[in-house]
Ligand binder design. Structure first.
Ligand code: SF4
Length: 325
């Protein structure tokens, strides 16, 4: 592991007990996150991206069994496996070393508390010891995320702000604990495209300014290609392809990645929008063999009978397919 690695997920899997038996929901997840880089998680809904994000935060569903490791590296290069530490230790990491930006920022905020107070409440203890310097830090954070008139925003209740402003307040709150990693799970679902781009630009600027590493679940593949260094393509609880965004965008190796790129291209070219024929299988009743085979135009007999393993196809790229493109 090199000194730039901040998170190393190795062979992570999670199974849930459903109707008396354990079903592997996600399996064989491998990736590393480098300090100051952005990893975008992409793929259709229902592929396990949100469950993976929650797992990275140690939010494992009750009764679930996990395997593998989620190794988090501190600045002193000490390693903690999120899956092996106590809930008490996880509480010292969640919201602090790893920040969270929720899908619906409004629902993560208290409607009867002013925004500034809500950020103040999650500041590190040293800031809270002195109300004046704590309040100043809150204003600085609101300014950092690009809000005009941060003093007014701090005095506002969430319902007094627009969706884009609320998302920025939520971003300031996520940064309040001074995290080294920020996980954002589809943070823009309620926003129009221009607001999404504006916040992604702010996050990219902050990434450089604060040496922050980002893991972002993005629905919009075009945005993922533009704002990430690495891409992790998930489908039915598996990583189908993982590697550098530049390489994957020009030469995708997995048929599912290629299909996603073709759909995105058809939208951006304003031609007749394509879709991927068929539906993603339910994550709790997956298909046998390669999970993508019912929808894959390259499927052969072997694809229906046995699941392919993830294989290295380049220095930093992995693909789970018998017949990479
Ligand atoms: Fe398609 Fe077979 Fe590759 Fe699966 S393993 S993606 S079915 S070619």
């Amino acid at each position: 592991m090199d000194s730039l690695t901040i998170l190393d997920v190795h062979n992570f899997g999670l199974s849930l007990k459903i109707k008396g038996r354990h079903i592997k929901i996600i399996e064989g997840i491998d990736f590393t996150l480098k300090a100051g880089s952005t990893l975008a998680l992409v793929g259709e809904s229902g592929g396990g991206k949100s469950l993976l994000c929650k797992s990275l935060l140690g939010l494992i569903p009750e009764g679930a069994k996990t395997s593998g490791n989620i190794n988090l590296f501190s600045q002193e290069n000490k390693v903690k496996d999120i899956l092996s530490i106590t809930e008490r230790e996880i509480a010292t990491i969640r919201g602090k070393q790893i920040g969270i930006l929720f899908q619906e920022p409004v629902s993560s905020m208290n409607p009867v508390l002013k925004c500034g107070q809500q950020i103040f409440d999650v500041l590190p203890i040293d800031y809270k010891k002195n109300r004046i310097s704590g309040n100043k830090h809150v204003i600085d954070l609101l300014d950092l995320v690009g809000l005009d008139n941060p003093k007014r925003v701090a005095k506002s209740y969430p319902h007094e702000l627009s969706g884009g402003m609320i998302q920025k307040v939520a971003l300031a709150a996520a940064l309040a604990g001074e995290p080294s990693i920020l996980i954002a799970d589809e943070p823009f679902t309620a926003l129009d495209v221009l607001s999404q781009i504006e916040i992604l630009k702010i996050m990219t600027k902050l990434k450089e300014q604060l040496n922050l590493s980002l893991i972002i679940v993005l629905h919009d593949l075009e945005l993922a290609l533009e704002y990430s260094e690495n891409l992790l393509v998930m489908y039915s609880g598996r990583v189908m392809e993982y590697g550098s965004t530049g390489k994957i965008s020009t030469t995708p190796a997995h048929p599912y990645t290629k299909a996603l790129l073709d759909v995105a291209k058809s939208y951006s070219e304003n031609s007749r929008p394509l879709g991927i024929p068929g539906e993603i299988p339910s994550i709790i009743s997956p298909v046998k063999g390669c999970r993508f085979h019912p929808r894959c135009k390259y499927a052969k007999e072997i694809c229906k009978n046995a699941e392919p393993e993830s294989k290295k196809v380049s220095q930093s790229g992995n693909v789970r397919c018998y017949f990479p493109l």
